[in-house]
Design a protein. Structure first.
Length: 240
């Protein structure tokens, strides 16, 4: 065979092969020619709450277990009737737990614990959609039978509008940052490649029991402030 003919053919094949792998790195991985910009954005919205959840307890003690339970039922029924009289619907009243447990005390002379009656504890939550009635409802609860306030927390009945506003602000912030970064560069935004919601925060303000005077119906004692809704997003833009 004429080797002078084969040498140019081998040379041409080698050149073609080099041209084919010219878009790969040293490890044979494909190198993308696509230019992209990754940015994040954070949006914050402040909204006033329109609902409150009151968590309270009725605690009763007696020498006998059944007597503690019966007294607890009586006091709980009276407290809940006060809530109903102020217009809270039945669907917004929930019993969360009921406990009946023996009590013990330390007998110092004999250096041992001894039985000392029984305690019944009923935990109840009430959702209130008229915040102006909140101080009056809490005062009525404790006038009629409740004797321990767990907490008062605030929320928004419809979260969708606030969450959408926070997301829109987060996306707008990410786009603003992208444009600011590209201003000194020779590039422009082409299109959005991906959008990812990174995190979301919707904290519920809470007033601790030790911060309230339950016998008082003064509205100032129950001021909640605004709820801060926060959204974070990641955007990837294609560049041109």
């Amino acid at each position: 065979m004429n080797t002078s003919i084969l040498r140019p053919l081998v040379l041409l094949i080698g050149i073609a092969f080099v041209a084919t792998i010219g878009g790969a790195d040293a490890h044979g991985q494909a190198v993308s020619e696509e230019r992209q910009l990754h940015v994040s954005g954070r949006g914050v919205v402040h909204v006033a709450p329109d609902t409150a959840t009151v968590r309270f307890a009725v605690e009763t003690r007696a020498d006998e277990a059944d007597a503690a339970r019966v007294e607890n039922e009586r006091a709980s029924a009276a407290a809940l009737e006060a809530v109903r009289e102020l217009g809270v619907p039945e669907r917004e009243i929930r019993m969360e737990s009921l406990q009946l447990r023996p009590l013990r005390r330390y007998d110092e002379p004999n250096r041992r614990y001894v039985e000392d009656g029984f305690e019944a504890v009923r935990d109840v939550s009430v959702v209130i959609d008229d915040l102006e009635l909140l101080p009056q409802i809490v005062a009525a609860l404790f006038e009629r039978g409740a004797n321990r306030l767990r907490s008062v927390s605030y929320d928004i009945s419809d979260r969708s509008e606030a969450t959408d506003d926070a997301l829109r602000k987060a996306v707008a912030e990410a786009r603003r940052k992208a444009l600011a970064m590209l201003e000194p560069l020779d590039a422009e935004l082409a299109r959005v490649h991906t959008v990812r919601e990174q995190s979301f925060s919707f904290p519920r303000p809470m007033v601790r029991a030790d911060q309230l005077q339950v016998e008082s119906a003064e509205p100032e004692a129950y001021a909640s402030g605004d709820i801060e809704v926060t959204a974070s997003v990641d955007l990837v833009f294609d560049l041109r």
